[in-house]
Design a protein around this ligand. Structure first.
Ligand code: GLN
Length: 393
């Protein structure tokens, strides 16, 4: 065929995260590239899913989500945000946060509109913006500073007459930055001033370290009606394969647009898993406290072994990734270093360049994911021990 595909899919390449996952399979490497747990989800949740299958929840759910799950999402969010979230008018269940983000941008962005994005960014946002026809304005996060700040003047300059939305991911993938209330107040002020929508990816909201606090833009003054919160079960309940996510927006007109995009993209998320999801969303506070404690331990183990292996690390305050500088180990670029590490050391990571629009900006960085069992992390420590001789060679 002369023209096998449309121009739109030529705008981006395949996901580097999933490419690295394949490479890990080929080389029998421990996959610290794609961020997913290698331990089991809570037993109560698995039982609820099995029960939902047996109880006959096997046909389409309502397109915008099972009433029970939307009710549970609204109850939890209302409590945490201090807002009255209405499951009928504010919540849309999607196939993961991935579809939630895509459906949201399709619903709100017109071709030529601008979207502001902090960089480095989770790789999906690039193609999401391109597929929706947006032009992206990047604002750089400074990884050389422990709080990973941005320059307020640069952010201000990114807002203009064509700005339609800003994507804010906190806790942040890949840096682990947790945006402070002051930073979010500045973003909120710019959104109000320029009549801009905030789309917030909060999937790591319960994975926080060193006493860091998660603040949602939706909870700030005047932001509830101009914020779409994207969230999912994947990270909070360790079920990344379920593909159950949602959007939450206290603006019924925006919710309506998201629902229409979602309806024709996927019809709906898996019905039995939505029923089970309602059980998870009602877990007590102690579940989230324990999740945070367990991940804090894993973060400390991960940081310790990366430093011992010779990496310089950005200390994450949230989420479950570590961005590491390879400068102390190698003069290679990130892609060469990572592919060699997978093949010879047997540990997978993601090249830093895949989180930047200009690959050169990430060429000394790689990202490790650590939602792994203790024995997996111990095996990684053993394998990383092989890095040093490679450096001397
Ligand atoms: N969010 C996860 C990561 O950053 C999974 C990415 C994916 O494959 N969708 O690794």
């Amino acid at each position: 065929m002369k023209r096998p595909t449309a121009a739109r899919v030529a705008l981006f390449t395949e996901s580097v995260i999933r490419e690295m996952t394949r490479l890990c399979h080929d080389h029998d490497a421990v996959n610290l590239a794609q961020g997913f747990p290698d331990f089991e989800a809570p037993a109560a949740l698995l039982q609820a899913a099995a029960k939902a299958l047996r109880d006959g929840w096997n046909q389409y759910a309502i397109t915008w989500g099972s009433p029970r799950l939307r009710q549970a999402i609204a109850a939890k969010a209302s409590r945490e945000l201090g807002l009255a979230i209405d499951p009928e008018r504010h919540v849309t269940v999607t196939c993961g946060a991935t579809e939630a983000m895509m459906a949201t941008l399709l619903a709100v962005v017109d071709p030529g509109d601008e979207v502001v994005l902090f960089e480095p960014f989770y790789e999906n946002y690039g193609p999401d913006a391109l597929l929706s026809g947006a032009r992206v304005r990047y604002v750089r996060l400074d990884l050389t500073d422990p709080v990973v700040p941005f320059d307020p003047a640069e952010l201000r300059a990114a807002f203009g007459p064509r700005t339609r939305a800003i994507i804010v991911n906190t806790p942040h993938n890949p840096t682990g930055k947790v945006f402070t209330r002051e930073e979010l107040e500045l973003i909120a002020a710019l959104c109000r001033e320029h009549d801009v929508l905030a789309v917030t990816d909060e999937v790591y909201e319960h994975i926080l370290y060193d006493g860091a606090r998660h603040v949602s833009l939706a909870a700030l003054d005047g932001m509830a009606e101009r914020t779409v919160v994207v969230n999912s079960m994947s990270k909070t309940y360790s079920v990344t394969g379920w593909r159950v996510g949602w959007t939450l927006c206290a603006n019924p007109a925006i919710t309506d647009g998201i629902r229409r995009a979602h309806d024709f993209l996927t019809v709906g998320a898996a019905a039995p898993l939505q029923e089970a999801g309602a059980v998870a969303l009602a877990f007590p506070r102690s579940y989230y406290d324990e999740l945070g404690r367990a991940y804090q331990r894993k973060r400390d183990i991960m940081l310790g072994m990366l430093r011992d292996a010779g990496f310089r690390c950005v200390v994450p305050r949230g989420a479950y990734y570590v961005m590491a500088d390879i400068g102390g180990l190698s003069a290679d670029d990130d892609v060469t270093f990572t592919t060699a590490m997978i093949a010879t050391v047997g540990v997978g990571a993601v090249p830093g360049s895949s989180f930047y629009h200009d690959p050169a900006a990430g060429r000394r960085l790689i990202r490790f994911a650590f939602p792994k069992k203790d024995e997996t992390l111990a095996e990684v420590r053993r394998r990383l021990g092989r890095l040093a001789p490679a450096r001397r060679a």
